[in-house]
Design a protein around this ligand. Structure first.
Ligand code: ADP
Length: 268
C-alpha cells in the first residue's frame, strides 16, 4: 500500500487563514520547543488550512499524509523497491521530513494502522529519533522537524479513538465551529459571496448544528458552508446550492433531508 504524500514547497502566497483564538502562538511555541502538536476537532473546521498557513508563515516545507485504515508505518518510513536488477531503498515521507527538517502533517492519525503510532513514538518525546527497522538504523530528527497530527474526537459513534498514552505525547489544540461573525468573514474571503448571503448560510449552519435530535454523525462544517457559498457565487440558485452543498452531504434519510430542506428554504 502506498500513500499519497503531498510535498508542499514553501509557497509564495499566504494561504488564507482566519485565526479564531490563540492557535498561532501555540503552534509557534510548540515548533520553537520541538514539541509535537495535535489539532483536534470535527472535520471541516480549518485544521488543515491552519497547518498550511503555519508552514507558510514559518517558511517551512509541509508534507501532508491523509491517513486511512491501510496507512502503515512502511508507507511512512520507506521500503525497498526493485529497480532493474537491483533492490533500492526509498525513504518514505516521514523519513524525508525527519531528515530535511520539514513539517509532517498526519491528517486523521487515528485512522492509520496501529504500527504508525508505534513508529512515531520515539519522535514524539525527547529522543526525537526515527527507528528504521528494515535498515537497522536510527535517525536523529533535524531541528526543524515537526510532527503535527489531526484527530476527530469520538464524541459521536463511528470515530476511532486515540489512546490516552498517545494523546499525552502531544501539545493539543481544539478546533470548533467559529463564531458567526468570523465564519461569515471566512465565507466572504474564501468565495467572494455577498455578505448578506454569507450571513444566511452561517445562520443555517448554526441552526442545523443545534438540531442534535437529528442524530447526524457529523453536522454542518465550515467546509460545507464554503462549498454552498461557492455555488451561490457562481450563479447556482441559492436554495439548490444549500440543498446540494449542505443538506445532501449530511444525510441520506429522506425524512431528514426533507425537514432540513424546508428549514433552509425558510432561511435563504
Ligand atoms: P479540516 O482539516 O478541519 O477538516 P479544512 O482546513 O480542510 O478542515 O477546512 C475546510 C475549509 O473550510 C477550508 O478549505 C476553508 O475553505 C474553510 N475554513 C475553515 N476554517 C477556516 C479558517 N479559520 N480560515 C480560513 N478558512 C477556513
Amino acid at each position: 500500500m502506498t500513500v499519497q504524500a503531498e510535498l508542499i514547497e514553501p509557497v509564495k502566497v499566504a494561504p488564507y487563514y482566519k485565526s479564531t483564538g490563540k492557535e498561532v502562538a501555540v503552534f509557534e511555541h510548540a515548533y520553537k520547543n520541538l514539541l509535537p502538536l495535535l489539532v483536534k476537532g470535527p472535520t471541516g473546521t480549518g485544521k488543515s488550512r491552519f497547518v498550511e498557513f503555519m508552514a507558510f508563515s514559518l517558511g517551512k516545507k509541509l508534507i501532508t499524509i491523509s491517513c486511512h485504515e491501510e496507512t502503515s508505518s512502511t508507507d511512512l518510513i520507506g521500503r525497498y523497491i526493485i529497480k532493474g536488477a537491483e533492490t533500492v531503498w526509498v525513504d518514505g515521507p516521514l523519513t524525508v521530513a525527519v531528515k530535511e527538517g520539514a513539517i509532517i502533517y498526519l491528517d486523521e492519525i487515528a485512522e492509520a494502522r496501529p504500527d504508525v503510532i508505534v513508529a512515531i513514538h520515539s519522535l514524539t518525546d525527547h529522543r526525537r529519533e526515527l527507528y528504521i527497522d528494515k535498515l537497522g538504523i536510527i535517525i536523529k530528527a533535524h531541528d526543524g522537524f515537526m510532527l503535527v497530527a489531526s484527530f476527530n474526537p469520538g464524541y459521536q459513534k463511528g470515530f476511532k479513538e486515540l489512546k490516552p498514552s498517545t494523546r499525552q505525547r502531544f501539545v493539543a489544540l481544539s478546533f470548533q465551529y467559529p463564531e458567526p461573525q468570523i465564519e461569515i468573514e471566512i465565507l466572504v474571503n474564501e468565495t467572494n459571496v455577498d455578505p448578506s448571503d454569507a450571513k444566511k448560510l452561517v445562520a443555517i449552519g448554526n441552526k442545523i448544528r443545534n438540531l442534535t435530535e437529528l442524530g447526524l454523525t457529523e453536522t454542518v462544517s465550515t467546509r460545507l458552508l464554503v462549498d454552498a457559498a461557492k455555488l451561490i457565487y457562481s450563479g447556482l440558485p441559492k436554495r439548490l446550492s444549500t440543498k446540494v452543498a449542505i443538506i445532501e452531504p449530511l444525510s441520506d434519510e429522506p425524512q431528514i433531508t426533507e425537514a432540513l430542506t424546508d428549514l433552509c428554504n425558510l432561511m435563504i
